[in-house]
Design a protein around this ligand. Structure first.
Ligand code: CP
Length: 311
């Protein structure tokens, strides 16, 4: 039976079907003029979003808040747990029960994998996972898919190269599961120690999805339709010496792009550190800031769907 969105938690991209994702992309397109401030909307008048961020964020938190404000809703929340009673030892479960009492929808970012799923068990309101440790970041994946679809017209058939920290990167984990649903061709570029986890590769094999693995970025750039670059995440390494061995392994610069297809696009969930040279920003390939903007219409679509104001 087809599951509607009203009241639904968004925890993992794997909880969504291809039809669900296509519907979110279509609603997001309709939200674009409102996201740009060209059209006014009162779609979420009287609704309250709670943004609970136990880890730093710029894009996810601000774009959720912008989405809620643009649709006429209100926002409560925190950007650091240091200003909350978690500092006094309050559990996540109790914090969620309070957000449940004070709001209509909860967006949670937390360092522990599984935190959003756990939170959903303590809330009667929809919980949206805004990143749980090295686990999932489904709303990032949705805006990534929206970006590929709008820039490339379709997702299927594109050769998508994912480069960087494929072991700890939650954005690339969620994105790989989603791209598998759309039959994209996948290329994984990472140092041996940061390659895509085995369970994700097994999932691709089970689904019959074509993929290859490489440690050389130069070798794969000429065939790429989308180059999805990620930061090597210092904060996820248990051992700083292990981080030092792989930091700065890949850097996309103008020289490297000379071999790229003319219409190849570069995406990055951001923040970047040094993996894309700033001079790349001015090239036709650079899509990452537009991609980050796309977080607003996509999160508008999600909030409206789970709050039942859009079907
Ligand atoms: N892409 C992303 O999740 O960015 P933030 O960490 O700034 O939210």
């Amino acid at each position: 039976m087809k599951q509607g969105f009203d009241g639904r938690d968004i925890i993992s991209i794997k909880d969504l079907t291809k039809a669900d994702i296509e519907h979110i992309i279509n609603v997001s397109k309709e939200m674009l003029p409102i996201a740009r401030g060209e059209k006014k909307s009162g779609l979420l008048n009287g609704k309250i979003l709670a943004t609970l961020f136990f880890e730093p964020s710029t894009r996810t938190r601000l774009s959720f808040e912008s989405a809620m404000n643009r649709l006429g809703g209100n926002v409560v929340g925190f950007a650091t747990s240091k200003a909350t009673s978690a500092e006094k030892g309050e559990t996540l479960a109790d914090t969620i029960k309070m957000a449940d009492a004070y709001s209509d929808v909860i967006v949670l970012r937390h360092p522990n994998e599984g935190a959003a799923r756990l939170a959903s068990g303590f809330s009667s309101k929809p919980v949206i996972n805004a990143g749980d440790g090295a686990g999932q970041h489904p709303t990032q994946t949705l805006l990534d898919l929206f970006t590929v679809k709008t820039e490339k017209k379709r997702i299927k058939g594109n050769n998508i190269v994912l480069v960087g920290d494929l072991k700890y990167g939650r954005t690339v984990h969620s994105l790989t599961y989603a791209l598998a649903m759309f039959n994209a061709t996948l290329t994984f570029v990472a140092p041996e120690t940061l390659q895509m986890p085995k369970e994700i590769l097994s999932h691709l094999k089970e689904k019959g999805i074509e993929f290859r693995q490489s440690s050389s970025l130069e070798n794969v750039i000429p065939d790429a339709d989308v180059l999805y670059v990620t930061r090597i995440q210092k904060e996820r390494f248990p051992d700083p010496e292990e981080y030092a061995k792989v930091a700065g392994t890949y850097r996309v610069d103008l020289g490297m792009l000379s071999k790229a297809k003319k219409d190849m696009i570069i995406m990055h969930p951001l923040p970047r550190v040094d993996e894309i040279a700033p001079e790349v920003d001015k090239t036709r390939h650079a899509l990452y800031f537009k991609q980050a903007f796309n977080g607003v219409p996509v999160r508008m679509a999600l909030l409206s769907l789970v709050l039942g104001t859009v079907k």
